[in-house]
Design a protein around this ligand. Sequence first.
Ligand code: NAP
Length: 259
Amino acid sequence: MDLGISGKRALVCASSKGLGRGCAEALAAAGVDLVMNARGAAALEQAATEIRDAHGVKVSVVAADITDAGGRAEVLAVAGDVDILVTNAGGPPPGMWSDWERDDFIKALDANMLTPIALMTALLPGMMARGWGRVVNITSQSVKAPIAVLGLSNSARAGLTGYVAGTSRQVAPHGVTINNLLPGIHATDRADALDRGVAEAEGIGLDEARARRAATIPARRYGSPEEFGKACAFLCSQHAGFIVGQNILLDGGAVNATL
Ligand code: NAP
């Protein structure tokens, strides 16, 4: 399917690896020029080179922490008037509700709620003025079904979800859509880190921890960054202009709910 977005420009945050990389790759495959971001310069440069070589699109990189105001300003300066924004950043650490202090919440809110909101605040006016734009926020299945040890994430992402619910209706008249993609478990470094934690806590090997988790998913496997990226690219396509303010689970059926 031709996504109809060849020649457009996208900012894909936190995209040297994992789900962000999957989104960058799929947008590049649709002919979209990219601004890619991550903190580590080496992996970012390598990802950009691979994407340029594979898809022949223009790729700029900004090595910066997207959750930091200074880093964000650097990224936005290079991004300029992008047509597409994919927000993403690392997730908060797991823990126990009784251990979290105000500072832990502030950090999580900054990274996973206020950072995507700041990016939208900066880029939505240009999209609205041009009459076309797409925003996809990478959130989590924990928005629909809480993961108790990820309470910091549950809280921050719920706040972003509420913001998007209202704001998406305000920008839709201008040809701009905002939607959230909710990943269940996907095979990335983040999933490895979570599985290593389980393996250590339960005294089992990493493969066993993965197998046990996969067995709880109706699809009986982890998602891949490639399929996640393709769903993102569709939401950014010309065909998705009537999808507004939605929270789309990509979880292999893990969340057991009718709606
Ligand atoms: P990942 O494999 O660890 O990749 C994270 C990417 O983001 C890397 O490119 C990393 O590069 C970059 N990054 C992290 N923090 C950053 C920051 N502050 N500023 C700029 N770049 C940053 O993670 P992932 O699995 O793709 O997860 C992406 C998001 O989805 C996370 O918020 C995660 O909590 C959420 N999620 C993931 C899953 C899953 O199963 N994978 C499930 C639910 C939710 P640098 O380290 O070099 O910056």
